[in-house]
Write a protein that binds this ligand. Structure first.
Ligand SMILES: [Fe+2]
Length: 294
């Protein structure tokens, strides 16, 4: 009978034992990293409302929640069902990590297909979304790439071209160089000639107070109030005439039926959307006039 500890036997069972231990260690590591991912996701979850479909606009939903559990300023994620796909697929703009119940509702609307990281500031939950949905196309403006690289996030497609293949336009206002801070997306509303404009920080519309010290800070910075370019936003605008011309062009070429900003209430309907665009347009024109007089 061959002993288990004979030289020949040891040469067989030690490698087998090592292989088993290696497999156990790998499985343990994978389980730990999966758990860690879930913990990271859960760390990002804030209380949200939605997904809520926009009134009388088919195929566009919003999820609204605070920036974080410490900063109660409202932020919005826009969910858009992409046109022309056999099974429902979604564009996610300015993603928010939601609880599992809300995530299940979002996934019931369609498969997350494109993640739009709208600018270098709206990156809080991008990493956990990409971990959760690794097959999504990732797009962002050129100006956000450096910040995202620091978070090991790399866009998979050029933003303007990729979105254009779905009939989505990337509009700019007042951009005087090749690297806009963010685009205004013009989303075609299914079955109509209408468009919904979506942006993050180009315009604000915070009409309701929110709890916490942040509200006082944002009021001081001039970011609270009806639809507008914030005081901070005006610092980025060098050419007001160009800004006003671009707005005028959006107003005439796009059939705007809704405006979704990154922070604040949604604007829905032709009349309110038109009024909102007119208000920033007249502000921009008056700024342009003042600049001329200086
Ligand atoms: Fe923002």
């Amino acid at each position: 009978m061959v002993s288990l500890f004979s030289k020949d036997a040891v040469m067989i069972w030690i490698p087998i034992l090592l292989l088993i231990l290696f497999r156990v260690a790998i499985k343990h590591h994978m389980r730990k990293s999966r758990d860690a991912q879930m913990i990271i996701w859960n760390d990002h979850v804030t209380p949200t409302t939605g997904p809520t479909e926009l009134p009388r606009i088919s195929g566009i939903w919003e999820v609204v929640g605070p920036v974080s559990n410490h900063n109660k300023m409202p932020r919005r994620m826009t969910i858009y069902r992409l046109p022309g796909t056999e099974t429902p697929e979604l564009l996610i703009h300015s993603c928010i990590a939601c609880n599992e119940e809300t995530m299940a509702k979002i996934q019931a609307l369609g498969k997350p297909k494109i993640l739009v990281i709208p600018n270098r500031f709206h990156t809080l939950d991008a990493g956990v979304w990409i971990q959760r949905f690794p097959d999504m196309a990732i797009v962002c403006p050129e100006s956000a790439k450096l910040k995202l690289a620091r978070k090991n996030i790399e866009p998979t497609h050029p933003m303007e071209e990729h979105l254009a293949s779905y009939g989505i336009s990337c509009l700019t206002v007042g951009v005087t160089n090749d690297r806009p801070m963010e685009y205004i997306l013009s989303l075609p509303v299914f079955g109509t000639d209408d468009n919904v404009l979506v942006c993050s920080d180009t315009w604000f519309n915070i009409v309701e107070p929110f709890p916490g010290f942040g509200y006082k800070v944002m009021s001081f910075l001039g970011s609270i109030g009806p639809f507008k370019i914030t005081k901070m936003g005006t610092l980025f605008i060098k050419d007001w005439e160009r800004y006003a011309d671009d707005l005028e062009s959006i107003k005439t070429t796009e059939n705007v039926v809704g405006i979704l900003v990154g922070h604040g209430a949604a604007i829905a309907g032709y009349a309110d959307s038109n009024k909102a665009l007119l208000s920033v347009l007249s502000f921009a024109r008056s700024k342009a006039e003042k600049k001329k007089d200086e």
